[in-house]
Write a protein that binds this ligand. Structure first.
Ligand SMILES: Cc1cc2nc3c(=O)[nH]c(=O)nc-3n(C[C@H](O)[C@H](O)[C@H](O)COP(=O)(O)OP(=O)(O)OC[C@H]3O[C@@H](n4cnc5c(N)ncnc54)[C@H](O)[C@@H]3O)c2cc1C
Length: 390
């Protein structure tokens, strides 16, 4: 792995920075998570802008609308867009960061041609239908059934915690096609969300948002041509999805958190100047967090470098996901300690408040659950990386 950027990569970065400097001043603020229709409009409008300017799918194949560049250039794209405060990937998360990459790795040519370009142009939003009320960590025990009837699969069952289920056009759906097998009885289907028999019930979260949904399937007919990979080999395809979801999907959040730490250090200095003292323990914690973020960055480059060689990030994604969740939580805890009661009213007063600390701290709770819990990541690291017994 070469951790230095090549001349072409530096040129790519310079061009991107000029483009961002030109377009970002015109971009308005996001309407926020509560206004789902406006948020879809906002997130997809930014994606469309990227597509038109030749910055969508930096490392996706050219024939499907991508730029055909390397994962390292994609990393540079994420670094610069995050550093400059460009809109977050938002509702395009599943399509761009794991459903699309899974189709690139495992889909047929027809599937790639049909589904990839509308993801890149912001035309289609995707969601993930994996978890069920009785199948979360033990996902392979899922029971949403699909039986083949001619040229369709007839699907019956229920999914839960389907993020963006309320706005998505397509779902990456795991179904049981063989009831006599566990892992070897699962298939990965592309499910259009407008099919008859699909009932989407948004779940209102503590913050008032309805991005999670329960999705019910009653005799839903999905064309057999929407099967990705082989029938009953969907577990392998799902592992590819997870390797992208855990290994590379959170990179821009990681970069964003690193800039938040810089902002936090500035804020700590500012408050210390007001009170005349800066606690040595706080200085040390900021230093340790900075080192932790640099270690995460090195790990990200390692995962990206592996993806560059094999097309798919490896189990290192579990290390990244576990550690990122811990570091981000420690950073938010420290921020709340530095700010004290000011965390409650500082919001909106100056630049440092863009930390939006209380919300960020609550959000970190979900990082230890989403895309597989921290305990499950530890199991994977123990078994697949350290070679420990099951
Ligand atoms: C923000 C967020 C977004 C999400 N988005 C989606 C989505 O879009 N699509 C989707 O399908 N799902 C989504 N999920 C669901 C998520 O994948 C599940 O919540 C997660 O896999 C855990 O499953 P569970 O909730 O059923 O918990 P359970 O599996 O019931 O786990 C309960 C507890 O037991 C522990 N545990 C279970 N088994 C073991 C074991 N073998 N060893 C050690 N500990 C164990 C777990 O770590 C956990 O602490 C999302 C969740 C969150 C928080």
């Amino acid at each position: 792995m070469d951790i230095n950027y090549s001349e072409t990569e530096i040129e790519f970065r310079d061009k991107l920075i000029s483009w961002l400097d030109e377009v970002l001043p015109e971009i308005t603020e996001s309407p926020g998570n509560l206004n789902r229709v406006a948020l879809r409009e906002y997130d997809t409008a930014w994606q469309k802008k990227l597509f038109e300017a030749g910055y969508a799918g930096v490392n996706w194949p050219k024939e499907y609308g991508g730029q055909g560049l390397s994962p390292t250039e994609q990393l540079i794209f994420l670094e610069e867009t995050t550093r400059r405060g460009a809109p977050y990937v938002g509702m395009n998360f599943v399509g761009l960061l794991h459903a699309g990459p899974t189709i690139i790795a495992c889909g047929s040519d027809e599937q790639k041609a049909k589904y990839l370009p509308p993801i890149l142009s912001g035309y289609n939003i995707w969601c993930q239908g994996f978890s069920e009320p009785n199948a979360g960590s033990d996902l392979a025990s899922l029971s949403t059934k699909a039986h083949r009837d001619g040229d369709v699969y007839v699907v019956n069952g229920q999914k839960i915690w389907t993020s963006y289920g309320d706005t998505a056009d397509y779902c990456e759906l795991l179904v049981r096609t063989n009831p006599d097998e566990k892992h070897a009885g699962i298939s990965w289907l592309i499910c259009p969300m407008n099919l008859s028999g699909i009932d989407i019930r948004p779940i209102k979260s503590l913050t008032g948002s309805t991005e999670f949904c329960e999705v019910f399937f009653e005799d839903v007919k999905i064309p057999v041509e929407n099967l990705v990979g082989e029938e009953n080999a969907g577990w392998k395809v799902a592992m590819v999805t997870f390797s992208f979801e855990r290994g590379t999907a959170f990179i821009s959040e990681q970069i964003g958190a690193f800039y938040q730490l810089e902002e936090l250090a500035r804020l700590a200095n500012e408050l210390a100047a007001e009170s005349g003292t800066l606690d040595a323990g706080i200085k040390r914690e900021i230093g340790e967090l900075r080192a932790a973020f640099l270690a995460l960055w090195a790990l990200t480059k390692r995962n990206v470098s592996q993806a560059e060689k094999t097309g798919v990030p490896g189990p290192g994604g579990s290390v990244f996901k576990l550690y990122f969740g811990q570091v981000k939580k420690s950073m938010c805890d420290l921020a709340l300690r530095i700010l004290g009661e000011q965390a409650l009213y500082r919001e909106g007063k100056d630049e440092a408040t863009s930390l939006d600390l209380v919300t960020q701290r609550i959000y970190t709770l979900s990082l230890s659950i989403a895309a597989g819990t921290s305990q499950i990541q530890r199991n994977i690291i123990g078994e697949r990386i350290l070679g420990l017994p099951k």
